[in-house]
Design a binder for this molecule. Structure first.
Ligand SMILES: Cc1cc2nc3c(=O)[nH]c(=O)nc-3n(C[C@H](O)[C@H](O)[C@H](O)COP(=O)(O)O)c2cc1C
Length: 300
């Protein structure tokens, strides 16, 4: 099969495919099905400076063409992740992208500062969809000015490349991408889930309010990848509703240099290895020497 290797922030990855944060646990959970080293890089579940309890159940809900989750960013905290799980990835020579969050700017800074550079850490991925509890709960990622500030401040406490993961719930995602770039972001992940709710007509309750993911997001994510890749020079990681090889190829053509797969794993736990194989077959069948041959080739 053709060469799937990509360079990301001066690190070599076997392929441009990652799991999406929060959809592959702490990584070990998949080990009875396929090897973690199958991934280009493993993206951690969202980590915080201190451990965080999640939300009550139900935490996931199947929707037509997607799913809603309300996990509530439950995690064991960044220190425990590095003590208990990080050695597993190093042993398997699997690069890691550390997804992290906070509910105040101080929490973001504290978490980023705790993560020490390591040959197996490709980047920090900053989840900007979190509510800022000091600003009435509005997400950090919604205003260009706030994005510029927080990205700039996080860059001040880490030497690891910083990828800003953007929420689609904004007036103009290109403006947000530009603000993140101006603040010093080294890359972008596009996109996180879209806020959504379910109404149970029988009980007249709202059983879940959370983030919508899966196929329903794909066209929104593709547009964000396409428009932002034209507007900023930093690499873009595409995410949102990638369920098969054709979806994956469409993200590369729209301008993504790498992709993340989330909800598909809930439908088929082998989706990631199948899509990696499919991308290799596509490149071979079309005489491509690498993924770079198709990145950003789609035109209006
Ligand atoms: C169960 C679940 C948990 C998630 N947890 C996180 C998280 O901790 N941090 C984060 O940035 N995104 C999180 N996400 C968002 C995904 O990483 C991804 O951006 C989104 O689901 C779109 O991709 P998909 O349609 O392939 O799932 C989560 C998504 C799901 C479904």
């Amino acid at each position: 099969m053709g060469n799937l290797t990509v360079e990301f922030f001066e690190k070599t990855m076997r392929n441009p495919v990652m799991n999406a944060s929060g959809t592959l646990g702490y990584g070990k959970e998949i080990e009875s099905l396929w090897g973690i080293e199958t991934l280009g890089a493993y993206v951690t579940k969202g980590l915080s400076a201190e451990p965080h309890h999640g939300n009550p159940t139900p935490r996931v809900w199947e929707e037509r063409n997607g799913m809603i989750n309300s996990i509530g960013l439950q995690n064991i905290g960044v220190d425990r992740f590095f003590d208990e799980y990080f050695p597993y990835f190093k042993k398997r020579k699997t690069p890691v992208i550390v997804n992290f969050f906070g509910f105040t700017e101080e929490e973001y800074l504290a978490c980023a500062a705790k993560i020490k550079p390591d040959p197996f850490i490709v980047a920090l991925e900053m989840n900007l969809s979190c509510p800022n509890i000091k600003k009435g709960g509005i997400s950090f990622g919604k205003e260009p000015g706030a994005v510029f500030e927080i990205v700039k401040h996080v860059k001040g406490v880490t030497k690891i490349p910083l990828v800003a993961k953007l929420t689609p719930e904004v007036r103009n995602i290109v403006e947000i991408a530009q603000a993140a770039h101006e603040g010093g972001a080294d890359g972008l992940t596009l996109i996180n889930t879209m806020p959504a709710a379910v109404v149970d007509v029988k009980s007249r309750n709202i059983p879940i309010r959370g983030g919508l993911s899966g196929p329903i997001l794909k066209p929104i994510a593709l547009r964000a990848v396409y428009e932002c890749s034209k507007a900023v020079p930093i690499p873009i990681i595409g995410a949102g509703g990638i369920m098969n090889t054709e979806d994956a190829i469409s993200f590369f053509m729209a301008g993504a240099r790498a992709i993340q797969i989330g909800t598909a794993t809930f439908v088929d736990p082998y989706a990631i290895p199948k899509i990696i194989r499919g991308i290799g077959e596509y490149l071979d069948a079309h005489g491509c020497s690498g993924i770079g041959d198709i990145v950003g080739i789609a035109r209006d």
